[in-house]
Design a protein around this ligand. Structure first.
Ligand code: ATP
Length: 221
């Protein structure tokens, strides 16, 4: 059986999570204390209900414990976000993912038992900056404080060479996980595969090593 989700807080982030899950065919319960927000999403998700998530009885009445994942997407009202997370935790829900406004907010959420904390604005800011400072970086995903995955466009430095010739692992300490050529995705690149101009390389590594590779790629074209 597929997973079920409850989304609390239907601002831009929570609304987007709820709509995306629904479009992928998942069962979604959408909750907000603002009746207009509930009304706006009611045709899209499985159930849309007006409730204040800081009210324990209201959450119990929604049967929130039966959902596999609860996403708390209350941004501005930090107190409501923390109280909601705490109540959910005490109710013994399966998995709680919470949107945080700041590092400190995130720390508090982890302390009270959130399973995962997300920082959409911060993360998107970081991704956009990586794309802005390097014309060859298409996307950037932070895996941890030290490790990331980047998508690099292959220009002169890579062009016409095999992975063996480039020797990225030995020279830069990074791993090429996949090569995208036009619409074709090669997810198990061999050392003899030749990289063509405009191909996209998906590279995993330590941030310092990825930076060196990125600078080399920028310098050489
Ligand atoms: P975003 O930054 O994702 O765009 P936003 O700034 O539009 O969000 P926020 O103030 O972060 O809005 O709140 C997100 C939603 O959470 C709002 O629709 C708000 O009504 C709802 N919300 C806030 N507190 C509660 C609560 N205690 N119970 C239920 N919903 C709540």
């Amino acid at each position: 059986m597929s997973k079920t989700f409850a989304i609390i807080g239907l601002g831009r982030f929570g609304g987007s999570v709820a709509k995306t899950l629904s479009s992928m065919g998942y069962e979604v319960l959408a909750v907000d204390r603002n009746p207009q927000r509930v009304q706006d999403i009611s045709q899209i998700v499985t159930h849309a209900i007006e409730a204040d998530s800081t009210d324990e009885n209201a959450l119990k009445a929604l049967g929130i414990r039966n959902f596999d994942v609860i996403v708390v997407a209350i941004g501005d009202d930090i107190q409501a976000s923390i109280m909601t997370t705490l109540i959910l935790k005490e109710m013994g829900v399966n998995k709680i993912v919470v949107k945080a406004q700041s590092e400190l907010h995130g720390k508090v959420l982890y302390k009270i038992g959130a399973d995962r904390v997300v920082f959409p604005e911060r993360d998107m800011g970081i991704r956009v900056v990586h794309n802005l400072i390097s014309p060859n970086i298409l996307d950037y995903v932070e895996l941890s404080k030290d490790y990331s995955i980047v998508e690099i466009i292959a220009r002169d430095f890579f062009h016409g060479k095999t992975l063996q010739e480039l020797d990225i692992r030995a020279r830069f300490g990074c791993n090429v996980m996949a090569i995208k050529s036009g619409e074709k995705f090669n997810i198990a690149p061999a050392s003899t595969d030749i990289i063509h101009e405009g191909d996209m390389l998906v590279v995993i590594g330590h941030n310092d090593d990825l930076k060196k590779l990125q600078q080399k790629a920028d310098r050489d074209g």
